[in-house]
Design a protein around this ligand. Structure first.
Ligand code: G16
Length: 544
């Protein structure tokens, strides 16, 4: 085995987005592209000698090839030990769990999350730190800075490592452990939730559920936890075999892309409970019988019922949500008399708050919910939390939501996505909105008046770091809000997101259709951005 130094040249498009570097597979397949980014990570970490790294991904196309390259580069960088998921598989939450449980120095997670996979699909890579969470901006900035002037990378010339046999092997001086992808994670879930009560619910005759793994990474986790450990009937898990191209689907658990599940849950014979997770297992969608729970409401309901789960029976230290997430959880926090933090979009912004013990529960409108049990959002965890609540309360999902809104009021909420918009048009729309921000305060729009408008900026309360340009927000005096943001996870053109929210205290109005309830605000958002005229689109690509 020889250590090779390979000369290379920087690529100018390796700036990590909301969650790591995501590009088309063909971009990653360019000679040196992956290697450059991995070397930039190792260079930014400075001293990897003898340290432990966790490595795995969501099983999409290019996962196995990338793992072989990264193992040889990790050996060249001097890592002492690498824990690799069996067959290269680790869901994002499982990777976070393994990093923490085994006190690893960090981890590399290979995933482009919910983006489609396959030879024409997307691939992604991100670095998580020793707390198990996505690297903070100062680290991703340091990695990016290294990519800008990288001249060489180091790699061990060696045979590929078999990933399909559990156990230990070596690559040069470095020890490799192929670990069970599910075990640590499943054990942790069992320690947090009332498995006995959930088992009774799932294995009885009165309750019926479906979990859609969308041919992505959560299949093996869901089979083990829901069907084996909790006794749900075989067949509860749909699309449970992970495929390199996710079966040609788009594993984004929302009403548009999780169509198999949505069809089942809105049919005449709908089961009582339905859920889905995404490509890498960190997102979740929760459905009742012919009933959709928005991620923002799901976060609020979990917060309000947290004490029902054994892992949370002492209550919550505090909660956090991303800025565009609805303010439903704020109302619960107020009632519980705990702090509620508003952060920019991106799970990495929750890390410091959780490490400092300020918050237990976090969530985002983008179908992400999680807690301080790990430092990533966690799809199956959210599903188990809901099952725990249902098992204890013995009510339907709809009944729980109606009661919740009755107590706290309802935050109607929707997000309109315009995907694959020409990047220069999207930038232009955002630039014009930016100029509007300074002039809107005090202006009336129909029955509403603008209370504030700005480009959201966040000062981390723990380390004082400042993140600017995190989305344009317009707040009305009655608590309604409109937010405009460009997605930081897409790989084609730009995705413009419009988030709309309004609070309704009147219980008689809680069962209105969301799009109808928010129609006037959607009209204001369209008018202010001019999105339809400027893009020629007549409707959003996805509405959630
Ligand atoms: C990632 C981040 C989330 C973020 C989401 C959407 O999720 O981890 O924090 O909310 O992207 O980001 P954007 O609106 O910029 O596209 P995932 O599941 O894709 O890793």
């Amino acid at each position: 085995m020889t250590l090779r130094t390979v000369p290379t040249k920087p690529f100018d498009d390796q700036k990590p987005g909301t969650s790591g570097l995501r590009k088309k597979v063909s971009v990653f397949q360019q000679p040196h592209y992956l290697e450059n980014f991995v070397q930039a990570i190792f260079n930014a970490l400075e001293n990897c000698k003898g340290k432990t790294l966790v490595l795995g991904g969501d099983g999409r196309f290019y996962n196995r090839q990338a793992i072989q390259t990264i193992l040889k580069m990790a050996a060249a960088a001097g890592f002492g030990r690498v824990l690799v998921g069996h067959n290269g598989i680790l869901s994002t939450p499982a990777a976070s769990c393994v990093i923490r449980k085994h006190s690893a120095f960090g981890g590399i997670i290979l995933s482009a999350s919910h983006n489609p996979a396959g030879t024409d699909g997307d691939f992604g890579i991100k670095y998580n730190t020793t707390n198990g969470g996505p690297a903070a901006e100062k680290i991703t900035d340091a990695i990016y800075a290294r990519t800008r002037y990288l001249q060489r990378y180091y790699i061990l010339e060696a045979d590929d490592v078999p990933l399909d046999t559990l156990g230990q092997t070596r690559l040069g001086e470095m020890r490799i452990e192929i670990i069970d992808s599910v075990y640590d994670y499943a054990e942790m879930m069992e320690s947090l939730f009332n498995f006995a009560a959930i088992r009774q619910l799932c294995s009885g005759n009165t309750f019926n559920m479906r979990f859609d793994a969308m041919h992505a990474v959560t299949g093996p986790y869901a089979h083990e936890i829901l069907e084996k450990r909790l006794g749900a009937p075989v067949g509860t898990v749909m699309n449970g075999t992970p495929l390199e191209d996710f079966g040609g689907g788009h594993p984004d658990p929302n009403l548009t892309y999780a169509h198999d599940l949505v069809e089942t849950m809105f049919s005449a014979q709908a089961p009582d409970f339905g859920a889905a997770s995404d490509g890498d297992g960190d997102r979740n969608m929760i459905l009742g019988k012919r009933f959709f729970v928005t991620p923002s409401d799901s976060l609020a309901v979990i917060a309000a019922n947290a004490r029902l789960a054994p892992g949370y029976h002492r209550g919550l230290a505090g909660v956090a949500r991303s800025m565009p997430t609805s303010m439903a959880v704020d109302r619960v926090a107020q009632a519980l008399n705990i702090d509620c933090y508003e952060t920019p979009t991106g799970w990495k912004f929750f890390g410091n708050l959780m490490d400092a013990g300020r918050v237990t529960l976090c969530g985002e409108e983008s179908f992400g919910t999680g807690s301080s049990h790990i430092r990533e959002k966690d799809g199956l965890w959210a599903v188990l939390f809901w099952l725990n609540i249902l098992a204890v309360r013995q009510q339907s999902v709809e009944e729980i939501l109606l009661e919740h809104w009755g107590k706290y009021g309802r935050n109607f909420y929707t997000r309109h996505d315009y995907e694959n918009v020409d990047s220069s048009i999207a930038k232009d729309i955002m630039a014009q909105l930016h100029t509007h921000m300074a002039t809107l305060a005090g202006k009336p729009f129909g029955t509403r008046r603008v209370a504030y408008s700005d480009d959201f900026s966040y000062t981390d309360p723990i380390d004082g770091s400042v993140s600017t340009g995190q989305g344009m927000r317009i707040g009305f005096e009655d608590g309604a809000r409109i937010v405009f943001r460009l997605s930081g996870t897409g790989t084609e053109g730009a995705t413009l997101r419009i988030y709309v929210e309004a609070y309704e205290a009147d219980i008689a109005k809680h069962t209105q259709d969301t799009q109808h309830a928010l129609a006037d605000l959607i009209g204001i958002a369209n008018q202010l951005s001019g999105i339809r005229e400027k893009t020629g689109r007549t409707e959003p690509t996805v509405i959630t």
